[in-house]
Design a protein around this ligand. Structure first.
Ligand SMILES: [Fe+2]
Length: 510
């Protein structure tokens, strides 16, 4: 038995970074670290997965095994609050999802797993509380393993958030790139250098075996493991956890995948997502169709967070997807980004909320963005809320009517953006109703940053844009003020780069 706790000197609370130790020999079982998630006022989910050979299916034989777990009131693991044994097997990839309840609201706990002679790293977690006077919320998305190191997560772990909100693209499904820097043609005579710093472990992923090994590759990153071990997360997938720009039952490239092939791919993708995330419920399968519950409400003192799922229940992208001028299909009132059930849930939660801030955590930008100037029809990104304008108007009205101040946190687009929200979203002269803070990517490139900077003036509601830098967003919320800092990595292509604040905003001053 040996301890895997490493203290990072200098922080007020201790930070636990998983040690490599026996992982290299392939025998250590906690190579993917630990995580907690779905924080409630009386408990949370504690997660790990046994994977002595992480990149080859995990390395466990399929039969059931018992994993011991312990939750303590102190970071020395001296005062046990709850403990138990969790039985897992190859059917769930030897993942562990322990639901702990009956805890006190608004306080920290520490947890650890044991299997055989192996001890997991110790994780810190925290119950939520509606009575907390303030909240520390981190926002992350888009972590292309090949495009950069996850340095931003090391900085996030040191901050010790109350919760990390991940709005998708936790993995990318593509195949193996080519190491090194290459120039990419961005159109309009622009060329930009993009770097591939490390490589994926297989061709494009399709099967459960593939998806498991891809999650294991991403989760081998020590900064990502540190961020999971530092705070509970709430997570919802975007497109790359399955396939680029998929919508409900429709793949991006229906000519390359039959509906049945895509259905079977979704079964694998959803199962692997469940196996690797600290979420409450596994996918439900009915006649080869897989559904997974990701949207939900969480309360952190002055902030009520509505985590949305804008991928699983959406209408297909209109007008052929991507950046386009509008076509008639956009005005179909039946078009939805959330599906009817999720919309009804959201409208009900907003009308009942008594929080100072009503947060939408959305995969894609809620605010509009025009990619052209002048009198021509607006060109917009139709994969985002811009492609679902009537539903967006309905939700904007509900946000405006609710008591609290609306704040949208979003990702997807690999560019930091701070903007004001308006009652008629596409009319920046209409009444200001709230704010949106879009996060850049943890590591993914932003080939469209130049296009967006060139049309800043056509988007007067956007007060800040930066697509050059990778990073994350952190927000400190009190009943009176929402303070957001854009933390960016000096160079995500270099191990150990610094992380600095690029810009900060207070909603009381925007
Ligand atoms: Fe992305």
């Amino acid at each position: 038995m040996f301890s895997r706790r490493l203290f990072l000197a200098g922080s007020a609370a201790s930070l636990w970074i998983p040690a490599m130790a026996r992982a290299a020999s392939g025998a250590y079982h906690f190579t993917l670290g630990v995580a907690s998630g779905s924080p409630r006022d009386d408990g949370m989910i504690l997660w790990t997965r046994l994977a002595p050979d992480p990149l080859k299916g995990g390395g466990m034989t399929p039969e059931p095994v018992n994993v011991r777990w312990r939750l303590c009131a102190d970071d020395q693991m001296k005062t046990t609050v709850r403990e138990g044994v969790f039985t897992t097997s190859g059917r769930e990839g030897h993942s562990v999802h322990v639901r702990v309840d009956g805890l006190a609201p608004g306080r920290e706990y520490w947890y650890q797993f044991n299997y055989g002679q192996d001890e997991s790293p110790i994780g810190r977690t925290r119950t939520s509380s509606r009575n907390d006077p303030s909240a520390k919320l981190a926002l992350a998305s888009c972590q292309s393993y090949e495009s950069g190191y996850f340095t931003a997560y090391g900085d996030m772990a040191k901050w010790l958030p109350d919760c990390v909100i991940h709005v998708g693209d936790y993995i990318y499904e593509g195949g193996i790139g080519t190491l090194g820097v290459r120039m990419r043609d961005l159109g309009n005579g622009q060329r930009q250098a993009f770097e591939t710093v490390r490589l994926h472990n297989s061709a494009e992923i399709v099967t459960l075996w593939d998806y498991r090994n891809r999650y294991a590759l991403y989760k081998s990153d020590k900064d990502l493991q540190a961020a999971h071990a530092a705070a509970p997360w709430i997570v919802a997938m975007d497109d790359h956890e399955v396939d680029n720009n998929w919508a409900s039952d429709i793949p991006q490239d229906p000519e390359a995948q039959t509906p049945l092939e895509f259905q079977v791919r979704k079964l694998a993708a959803f199962q692997a997502y469940w196996e690797h995330m600290p979420i409450e419920k596994p996918p439900v399968i009915e006649q080869l169709k897989s559904k997974i519950q990701l949207y939900g409400k969480y309360r952190f003192g002055p902030a009520q967070v509505h985590l949305l799922d804008t991928r699983q229940f959406r209408s297909d992208q209109a007008c052929g997807d991507n950046r386009k001028a509008p076509c008639a299909a956009l005005d179909d009132p039946k078009r939805t980004l959330t599906g009817a059930a999720q919309e009804q849930w959201l409208l009900k939660e907003l009308s009942a909320s008594d929080a100072a801030f009503n947060v939408l955590a959305s995969q894609t930008w809620f605010s509009p963005f025009r990619y052209n100037e002048g009198p021509d029809d607006d060109v917009r990104n139709l994969d985002q809320w811009d492609g679902y304008p009537l539903q967006r108007e309905k939700i904007a009205k509900a946000l405006a009517k609710a008591d609290g101040t609306p704040v949208v946190l979003s990702g997807d687009w690999h560019i930091s953006g701070a903007m004001t929200l308006h009652e008629t979203p596409t009319d920046p002269k209409s009444r200001k109703i709230g704010y949106e803070f879009a996060g850049t990517s943890i590591a993914s490139h932003c080939p469209w940053a130049g296009d967006m900077m060139a049309v800043r003036d056509a988007n007067p509601h956007v007060t800040y844009l930066n697509g050059q830098k990778r990073g994350y967003v952190r927000s400190t919320v009190t009943a009176k003020d929402w303070h957001t800092e854009y933390r960016v990595v000096t160079d995500a292509g270099v191990v150990g780069s610094g992380v600095v604040t690029d810009a900060e905003f207070r909603t009381s001053e925007m």
